[in-house]
Design a binder for this molecule. Structure first.
Ligand code: KIV
Ligand code: ZN
Length: 534
């Protein structure tokens, strides 16, 4: 996990459009396919806290919802669909608290077309409601048991009621993409007459293809004078492609979820939509792109839904290069094997060493740890890496540094600069985790206490304070090696000393997460100081 506090990009507004385009290396043929109907600017409605929370197994606490809403506002989304107020008292409490924060984004609540649902939204002090009713014959017959006329009347009544209370109203024909076209157009006309502000088109079951979406949106644009929005599900893996197709025909808002969360196979992913709009159409959004990586990791941590390694834009492998040919190319000019620069979205390039590595990768990787090897030494390390990789062993940074240290004739783990003498951590319910450490650094005994957001954070903060030089945590990785509550875990920690570029790595394995983290940190600091004094 990259510590966002060390990312110089997180928090800034990010580069301007011209600079952004300099960092995007997409095919020139995209320009040939541009249409006049593509808007210059598209609004982003994020529904991570509503459709995203409908991801099986996800239930966020009020605190976590507030953290996510705050991060989404800092990311720059235009509208946050923060929940479905009618669901529960807890849902209403979280929505009220989010509305009270007066974040930079509009806060919206989902409501069925009835007074009780709209009153629940009003009760949360919201000024924006997203109201919906199903319109496909399939839903009318088997779910609602209503006629088309009844559905239309309900939608009009709800919109008029919400408008009479001063709300901004967005309306969706649920299962719109399987609704009879004449009736869908009739609904769009009727809700506009009722005063709706925006109409959203849901591809509720993700059953559209991009050409079909283009055709449908083209048809709907003939009768839709308010901004048209698009909401796509990913049942065929086409949610992003279908949303981009809708924008190509003039849709001005896209519904998204961070990391593509949402019902069943999820919704269109925020990261992919923002980058797709920027890269393929040159369309602007208000999203601060270099906050994408951080927001994605935060949402993954709080929801417990891991980001697949091969997830576009934010996956661990999105900017990882192993093959010698690719690494050689990327080091000469990143555009050779990257569609855009990782920094644009707050990510980092990662050179992975393994079976397909070449000497360039090893040299580049070791230089990140301040290690310089001669050509014969590099060849020696490369051979050892390949032998290890071919036997099925993953060669991570810590192992590579250990191999290189061995070839250089250095002790792999000298442990003479820093020793941990004492260590305690207090944690529990409703107390701030606090840690005290006593270390010996170059023969001098130092003691320090510090707090943190968890016991590991407190312990690492105490060690950093005792060392007193400015040590930044660049990456912290924790993985379980075995299962069960007494599982073995592996922690690897990457640190940086003061403003030096070179990193240092420490790795440890144990049963106690806190102690293992402390051990890995001490090892990384030991390497930092051994190098500093070499
Ligand atoms: O997918 C869907 O149809 C929805 C509606 C509530 C708009 O999420
Ligand atoms: Zn949905």
């Amino acid at each position: 996990m990259t510590d966002p506090r060390n990312s110089d990009s997180a928090g800034s507004k990010g580069p301007d459009q011209a600079t952004v385009q300099e960092h995007i290396f997409t095919s020139q043929y995209n320009r040939l396919a541009l249409l006049d109907t593509v808007p210059e600017h598209v609004m982003i409605l994020d529904t991570t806290l509503r459709d995203g929370e409908q991801t099986p197994g996800v239930a966020l606490s009020i605190d976590d919802k507030i953290k996510i809403a705050t991060a989404l506002a800092e990311l720059g989304v235009d509208v946050i669909e923060a929940g479905f107020p009618m669901t529960s008292a807890g849902e209403r409490e979280s929505m009220r608290k989010i509305a009270d924060l007066k974040l930079g984004s509009r806060i919206c609540g989902l409501a069925r077309c009835n007074k009780a649902d709209i009153d629940a939204a009003l009760d949360c002090k919201l000024d924006y409601v997203h109201t919906f009713i199903a319109t496909s014959d399939l839903h009318l017959t088997h779910k609602l048991r209503m006629t088309r006329e009844q559905v239309k009347a309900k939608a009009i009544e709800a919109i008029e009621y919400a408008k009479s209370h001063g709300l901004t109203v967005e309306f969706s024909c649920e299962d719109g993409t399987r609704t009879d076209l004449a009736f869908l157009k009739e609904m769009h006309q009727a809700v506009q007459q009722a005063g709706v502000d925006k109409i959203n088109l849901p591809d509720t079951v993700g059953t559209m293809s991009p050409p079909a979406m283009e055709e449908l949106v083209k048809q709907l644009m003939t009768v839709t004078k308010v901004p048209l929005s698009i909401h796509c599900h990913n049942d065929f893996g086409l949610a992003v492609a279908n949303s981009l197709a809708a924008v190509r025909q003039g849709a001005k808002q896209v519904h998204v979820c961070v990391n593509g969360m949402g019902e069943r196979c999820g919704n269109a992913s925020l990261e992919e939509i923002v980058m797709g709009l920027t890269a393929f159409y040159g369309t602007k959004t208000n999203v601060v792109m270099n906050r994408i990586g951080y927001t994605s990791k935060m949402v993954s941590r709080l929801t417990g839904i891991p980001i697949p390694d091969n997830k576009p834009i934010v996956g661990n492998h999105a900017f990882a290069h192993e093959s010698g040919i690719h690494v050689h190319g990327v080091l000469k000019n990143p555009a050779t094997y990257e569609a855009f620069s990782p920094e644009l979205v707050g990510m980092r390039r990662n050179i992975v060493v393994g079976k397909h590595s070449g000497a360039h990768s090893i040299r580049e990787k070791l230089s990140q740890y301040g290690m310089e090897l001669t050509e014969p030494q590099l060849t020696d390390v490369l051979e050892k890496v390949k032998r290890l990789a071919e036997s099925g062993k993953e060669v991570d940074d810590a192992e590579l540094v250990a191999l290189a240290s061995h070839v250089l004739g250095q002790s792999v783990r000298s442990r003479h600069k820093i020793t941990l003498k004492e260590f305690t951590v207090f944690t529990g319910l409703n107390i701030t985790p606090t840690s005290t450490v006593v270390i010996e650094l170059d023969g001098e005994t130092r003691r320090s206490s510090n707090i943190g957001i968890g016991p590991v954070d407190a312990a690492l903060n105490a060690i950093k304070a005792a060392v007193s030089d400015k040590i930044s945590l660049v990456e912290y990785r924790l993985s379980a090696i075995t299962g069960g509550s007494d599982a073995l875990c592996e922690v690897s920690v990457k640190l940086q000393l003061n403003d030096e570029k070179a990193l240092s790595i420490g790795k440890s394995i144990g049963t106690d997460i806190v102690l293992t983290s402390v051990d890995a940190t001490i090892e990384a600091i030991d390497r930092l100081y051994s190098r500093k004094n070499a």
